[in-house]
Write a protein that binds this ligand. Structure first.
Ligand SMILES: Cc1cc2nc3c(=O)[nH]c(=O)nc-3n(C[C@H](O)[C@H](O)[C@H](O)COP(=O)(O)O)c2cc1C
Length: 328
């Protein structure tokens, strides 16, 4: 059954979604997620005790994580019933941000499959409105809240305000679309202070989300500093910065299968270098069960994806979980 749904979704994506202008496709997809009660259909999930893991001491029913992109609680709630072991909310900033003007998302298609390039620019409602929107939110699976700031104080405030809303807290130092967070990777000394201050601001397990553009600095400075500060989980990682003249900013973050090779190499190297001291979420380019398997075999504790959710549809989680159970 899941194979059939996956094949039908490919037809829908290639035949319709891919042909609509990007903003229309996004509006269509998000409306469908809000309106269609897909999370009530058991076919989109697979429960098996062999799939359970812990991440930062938090139990996840399985190792799949929806990567940061959505902040609407109706969508977050829906995706929590679509097979993921945890769901990440979009990175939230102190104040609301309109994001970059359109075009801020374009599609790519290479031999490796369909991908995206975005310069979203942290379009989000800001901490107050986001917090209010999550009042009474029912955590069907663990929620990972994500924060993005400019200064150490921004992060500390955000982590204090949003930490209580999630089971885990991710802090984003890696989105390439604004100067807001990307620059942190180029300032490892200040980053060490940031890691320590953020660690002191919450008792929740912390995840630092890394950029694949800074592999050397990540592994030489940032991960050791994170471990010293008591931040034991890395998400490796975010999109890769590329020039893209179709976008309003002339550049953006590439996601999807083109970045998978780097994700796999980064996860493998990081596991070899840091051993069991570190928990790793492998994110970037997963759009098939085989890619999720490969990341777990290379040493990832969990696997995140976003673009695959769009290009392969909500059935992808179930397809991956079936393969994981088959090889358990
Ligand atoms: C439109 C869009 C918005 C995103 N917003 C965020 C964000 O707010 N915070 C973040 O950490 N990552 C964000 N990401 C990055 C994804 O969470 C993920 O790390 C990246 O897309 C690589 O994974 P993928 O190839 O599976 O999509 C965004 C990605 C896209 C395509």
């Amino acid at each position: 059954m899941s194979r059939l749904i996956a094949a039908l979704y490919r037809l829908l994506y290639d035949g319709l979604l891919c042909r609509l202008p990007e903003p229309t496709a996004i509006a269509f997809g998000q409306s469908a997620l809000r309106m269609l009660p897909l999370d009530r259909l058991p076919v989109f999930r697979l429960e098996d005790p062999r799939l359970a893991i812990t991440l930062g001491g938090v139990r996840l029913e399985n190792p799949l994580i929806l990567a940061a992109m959505y902040y609407d609680p109706r969508i977050l709630r829906r995706t929590m019933g679509l097979g993921f072991g945890a769901v990440t909310a979009k990175s939230i900033t102190l104040g609301p941000r309109p994001g970059h003007p359109e075009p801020n998302l374009v599609r790519t298609r290479t031999a490796s499959g369909p991908g995206l390039v975005n310069c979203n620019g942290f379009q989000n409602p800001g901490v107050e409105a986001f917090r209010a929107s999550l009042r009474g939110f029912d955590h069907r699976v663990p929620l990972i809240v994500s924060v993005a700031g400019e200064t150490v104080e921004d992060y500390v405030t955000l982590v204090r305000e949003l930490g209580p809303l999630g089971e885990l807290v991710e802090f984003n130092i890696s989105s390439p679309n604004t100067k807001l967070v990307y620059e942190w990777s180029a300032r490892p000394h200040e980053l060490r202070i940031l890691l320590e201050r953020v660690r002191a601001a919450t008792a929740k397990p912390l995840i630092v989300k890394l950029s694949p553009d800074f592999a050397e600095v990540n592994e030489r400075e940032i991960i050791p500093a994170a471990l010293d500060a008591g931040v034991g989980i890395v998400n490796y990682g975010n999109t890769r910065r590329i020039e893209e003249p179709r976008l309003s900013q002339g550049s953006g973050g590439l996601s999807g299968p083109e970045i998978f090779g780097a994700t796999l190499a980064n996860v493998r190297r990081t596991r070899e270098k840091f051993g069991a001291a570190l928990e790793i979420i492998g994110t970037g380019g997963v759009d098939t069960p085989a890619k999720a398997q490969a990341l777990l075999r290379a040493g990832a504790n969990a696997v995140g994806y976003f673009t695959g959710f769009i290009t392969r549809g909500p059935i992808l989680a179930r397809r991956i979980l079936e393969e994981l159970v088959a090889s358990a």
